[in-house]
Design a protein around this ligand. Structure first.
Ligand SMILES: Cc1cc2nc3c(=O)[nH]c(=O)nc-3n(C[C@H](O)[C@H](O)[C@H](O)COP(=O)(O)OP(=O)(O)OC[C@H]3O[C@@H](n4cnc5c(N)ncnc54)[C@H](O)[C@@H]3O)c2cc1C
Length: 428
């Protein structure tokens, strides 16, 4: 009997998991490799960072998700290299052979050549990042409560968020709520409502990829929560005690002890490996430029999907780095592989843009559904419905719904925990 076709998928995020699901009835053996043993619902990471959800609410074990898919095999492993000539993925602790490879290792934020800023301005990509951000935010209030020097106090009570894309806007909105509502009665020496939250954006408006009308609505909602939105502003320096911002020809140093980074895109290092080992072409962000069928030039057996890929065959611009393109590309790759097994031709990939959503706080969001643009409560209800629908596992859907209802009625963020290494003595 001929051996079954081996499909190896690297990455169990939105793209890789969709590809694996799509192959459930295909006569192939699927191996899904991820360096984490869970699928992470990244759009809600900011809620872990701001204490309204716990990590387990937004992550599901890959083995649980795929336990009923008989042809799927999950491997905990990190892909560190590729031997494209011999069709082999090299892991940090072994190797796996493939007939078809799907690479879906995603992307992260970048510091535009200033990686040294990361220490003081952490980004948000993993559960560890989210719990670290939560720790920094909560520790800043704790330090402020014990601070007697007015200048230092102001610096502890100032939060700067860099990047007013959806993640920056969502973080700023949640921080505004923490300051105005959640912590209102928790402290005796400080008034959390005096917190300064500054959202810094290089473009001329918040949510620059949204229609201008929705950007303006988002800015208004943020300002209502006490967030100052500084557009046309570029960060030129980050240190433990301050962030330096340039606006036109003016430079300002903002004293702060908490800087949160939500800017820039940097593709997974697997892109560079594909460039060196399989001749893939990369864009400036290190994303792999893919063919209309999502494979790479000269290697029809290698598909690159999701945030790691640059698909520019529709409208000339790369697709946005959000969940929908990754999900649709994962489904497409699965269908294309199954069609090849049947000896059938498969049409090129087409993206169906269903719109974009960002939430700004309690009852406030913006929704660009292409045919309809909404802001405020209706957009927020759509945001809730869509996020609940896409969270994997019924258990988590229910848990998140209960937590959100609790937050809505009580303003309480029950996951307000300072975890990690002992934070004492405080750095006063
Ligand atoms: C904070 C945040 C908020 C976001 N909010 C939204 C939103 O509101 N709406 C929206 O549509 N999109 C949002 N996004 C974007 C969305 O999450 C991504 O576009 C989507 O996750 C991309 O899917 P992917 O499969 O390409 O990669 P990912 O989902 O990032 O998955 C990559 C997977 O690959 C694994 N991996 C990486 N490298 C290796 C390796 N070398 N070996 C093995 N495994 C590896 C990772 O562990 C991960 O599981 C947000 C992203 C972030 C970070």
């Amino acid at each position: 009997m001929a051996a079954r076709h081996r499909v190896v998928i690297i990455g169990g995020g939105f793209g890789g998991l969709s590809a694996a699901h799509e192959l459930r009835r295909a006569p192939v053996d699927v191996t899904l490799i991820d360096r984490c043993n869970y699928h992470l619902f990244q759009p809600l990471l900011y809620q872990v960072a701001t204490g309204s959800l716990s990590p387990a609410n937004i992550a599901s074990p890959l083995r649980t998700i795929l336990k009923k898919q008989k042809n799927a095999h999950v491997l905990l492993g990190e892909a560190v290299h590729l031997d494209a000539a011999n069709r082999r993925v090299i892991l940090s602790d072994g190797a796996v052979d493939y007939d078809t490879l799907v690479i879906a290792t995603g992307a992260s934020h970048q510091y535009f050549g200033h990686d040294e800023w990361e220490e003081f301005a952490p980004g948000l990509k993993t559960i560890e990042d989210a719990t670290d951000m939560r720790r920094r935010i909560l520790l800043a209030f704790e330090a402020a409560e014990r601070e007697s020097d007015p200048e230092k106090l102001r610096s502890w009570m100032t939060f700067v968020i860099v990047g007013a894309g959806p993640t920056g806007v969502e973080l700023a909105g949640a921080l505004g709520e923490i300051a105005n509502d959640t912590l209102r009665r928790d402290f005796r020496n400080i008034d959390p409502a005096t917190t300064r939250i500054i959202l810094v954006e290089g473009a001329d408006r918040a949510l620059p990829t949204y229609p201008p009308k929705l950007s303006a609505a988002a800015s208004r909602m943020l300002e209502r929560l006490g967030v100052t939105v500084r557009t046309g502003s570029f960060v030129t320096g980050v240190s433990k005690h301050a962030v330096t911002v340039r606006m036109g020809d003016r430079t300002e140093e903002i004293p702060t002890r908490t800087i949160l980074w939500a800017a820039g895109v940097l593709a997974s290092p697997l892109g560079r490996i594909l460039e060196a080992e399989a001749g893939a072409n990369l864009d400036n962000a290190g994303r792999v430029i893919v063919e209309p069928d999502l494979s790479i030039t000269s290697h029809p057996e290698i598909f690159v999907i999701g945030d790691l890929s640059n698909f520019s065959h529709q409208g000339g611009k790369p697709l946005p780095g959000v969940a929908q393109p990754a999900i649709q590309q994962g489904r497409y790759a699965g269908q294309a592989i199954a069609a090849r097994q049947r000896g059938q031709k498969f049409p090129p990939f087409r993206y169906h843009d269903r719109g974009n959503l960002a939430t700004i706080g309690r009852g406030a969001a913006v929704a660009d559904l292409n045919w309809l643009q909404l802001s405020g409560l209706p957009a927020w209800l759509i945001w809730i419905f869509i996020h609940l629908a896409y969270i994997i596992e019924f258990r988590n859907r229910m848990l998140v719904l209960v937590q959100w209802a609790w937050l809505y009625f009580t303003y309480d963020r029950s996951a307000r925990l300072i975890t990690g290494k002992n934070p004492l003595p405080l750095d006063l």
